[in-house]
Design a protein around this ligand. Structure first.
Ligand code: UD1
Ligand code: CA
Length: 531
């Protein structure tokens, strides 16, 4: 859909959001991987406005910093002590006009540059997270096509409690204005068509009307909604665009609404991916953020959460019970019951179950990070495997290398982190401690149970375990009377050596029987009797 570029978009984000009962300002609460303000700015930016303003007041520094982080070109407009959405827009218009004026001065007045904002100004509340760019574009289109002074986005809801109601002229159905719930009489409250808090105004109409708004209402606030009746009485065309899908314009005022709209947004995101060829086995327990990208024939198993900028390539299987944040999963890889952040999982690689991939992990094609393995800042080459019970931190591992079970990359000396480099075709024995800084050359081996503190050259065997001592009959002598000693004596065929009196032996047998769980005792009973 093509539309005229709006002169400005204003996002209202100055309110506290009291009903959230939160230390975090309402518009900074997230759903589907973006704050509510993030959703509003994304929709606003899709219109490609000449200027974009965000109105702040409650926790202004936090909200302003977040808005600027999302888009450095945002104009931050501070609302003063006067409350209400009308005052908020007035403050924004002041900042927008100042910016237009500065630009005009900068470019030199040549008779064309406006000294104030002119044309279409879109206003939207920062707490309508499912409002999409398409709906906004339609609103703008309708506004331009009909030459309106004001175009308001409306919808019909089952329960309009709390919303401003759209008042229409009985015969013609023309929009007369908006009455807030708290100011409405019973007849007005019966109206189910509500104001969404999304509008397009002609800048000149808006500027003129804002200066004439009062505060004579139930909340003592300057209502933006009053602009509609003023614009109409001035002879402007005030029209509504009614959307059929109320969810698109539903506002979040409390955490229950946040959860409801979060689930609905997730449902819609999943529906789109399923239509695009992704298998989602259980949509109810699968959560996918807005910026996630999935290719055809990806399978998401129950209990999967994909966050941030996670990308999953063709044929990969993720889940069950897996959380990936900013992770790249390449073609055909499998990630089972694992937790990963800022990691790359190569094509055909296997991760999990129960793996923990921390930032900076990169697993090569056909590689493996297996059960109870934690990795961090680790590059693991193609075909290399860390199959069991290991920690790999600050490491580079080559290709076709195997890290034996229970190996720890000892990266921390108590003060500083150090790096370990392991070459290609290396075999690290089980239960090694690789003490960084360390380099293990191509084709090297290390012995099981080694603590490797010095570099191992290519093709060398590194081993530093102490020779084993075996002290025969130690248990019989030093742990007499224990079940181990009795078992050992029986195995050695010299039970007479077990230093137990017949009485003590009977006691031990009784004690052992008492330790045996009841169900075992029952099933053991017949064979005991048969003896
Ligand atoms: C507003 C509308 C109501 C509409 C509803 C839709 C008004 C007077 N009422 O009511 O007709 O049906 O939204 O959700 O506009 N804000 C400011 N400065 C303020 C007050 C609010 O920036 O002084 C911002 C808030 O941060 C929020 C938005 O404006 O993003 C809406 O404010 P809120 O208090 O939620 O308005 P509602 O009472 O819901
Ligand atoms: Ca609201």
């Amino acid at each position: 859909m093509t539309h005229a570029r709006p002169a400005a978009v204003v996002v209202l984000a100055a309110g506290e959001g009291t009903r959230m009962r939160s230390a975090t300002p309402k518009v900074l609460h997230p759903l589907a991987g973006r704050t509510m303000l993030g959703h509003a700015l994304a929709a606003a930016r899709a219109l490609d406005p000449e200027r974009l303003a965000v109105v702040v007041r409650h926790e202004r520094d936090r909200v302003a910093a977040h808005a600027l982080e999302l888009d450095p070109r945002v104009l931050v407009a501070d609302q003063d002590d006067v409350p209400g959405t009308g005052r908020a827009v007035q403050c924004a218009l002041g900042v927008l006009d100042a910016a237009a004026h500065a630009a005009a001065v900068h470019e030199g007045h040549d008779g064309h540059d406006a000294d104030q904002v002119e044309g279409a100004v879109v206003v939207l509340a920062g707490d309508i997270p499912l409002l999409d760019a398409g709906t906004l574009a339609e609103l703008l289109e309708a506004h331009a096509a009909d030459g309106n002074a004001v175009t308001v986005l409306t919808t019909e809801v089952e329960d309009p409690t709390g919303y401003g109601r759209i008042l229409r002229e009985p015969g013609t159905g023309e929009v007369l204005g908006v009455v807030e719930h708290k100011d409405a009489d019973d007849e007005q409250r019966a109206v189910r068509e509500i104001n969404s808090s999304v509008y397009v105004f002609d800048a000149a109409v808006l500027r003129g009307a804002l200066g004439r708004l009062g505060r004579d209402n139930a909340q003592g606030e300057v209502y933006l909604t009053d602009v509609l009746a003023i614009a109409r009485s001035d002879g402007g065309a005030v029209r509504a665009l009614r959307v059929d899908d109320p969810v698109l314009v539903e506002g979040v005022n409390d955490r229950a609404q946040l959860a409801t709209l979060g689930a609905e947004l997730n449902r819609r995101i999943l529906a789109e991916w399923m239509a695009a060829g992704v298998t989602v086995v259980d949509p109810a327990t699968t959560w996918v953020d807005v910026d996630v990208e999935l290719e055809q024939d990806v399978t998401l198993l129950p209990g999967t959460q994909l966050h941030g900028t996670t990308r999953v390539a063709r044929g990969a299987v993720v889940g069950p019970d897996t959380t990936l944040t900013d992770v790249v999963v390449e073609e055909g890889a499998q990630v089972v019951r694992s937790h990963a952040t800022q990691a790359r999982i190569g094509a055909g690689a296997v991760v999990g179950p129960f793996s923990f991939l921390r930032p900076g992990t990169s697993l090569g094609a056909d590689g493996k990070i297996g059960a109870f393995v934690e990795t961090k800042n680790a590059t693991i080459g193609d075909h290399s495997k860390v199959p069991h019970l290991s920690y790999v931190g600050d490491a580079t591992i080559g290709e076709h290398t195997n890290i034996g079970a229970a190996t720890i990359f000892v990266n921390y000396d108590g003060v500083t982190k150090h790096h370990t480099t392991v070459g290609d075709h290396v075999r690290i024995g089980s239960d090694n401690a690789l003490v960084a800084p360390l380099t293990i050359g191509d084709g090297a081996y290390t012995g099981a149970g080694s603590v490797i503190r010095r570099d191992v050259h290519p093709g060398a065997l590194g081993i530093n375990t102490a020779p084993q001592r075996t002290i025969d009959r130690w248990v019989l002598r030093r742990r007499p009377g224990t079940p181990s000693a009795v078992a050992a004596a029986a195995a050695l065929g010299d039970e007479d050596d077990a230093p137990l009196s017949p009485q003590a032996r009977a006691e031990l047998a009784r004690a052992l029987a008492a330790q045996t769980p009841p169900d075992r005792r029952q099933s053991d009973a017949p064979s005991t009797e048969g003896r």
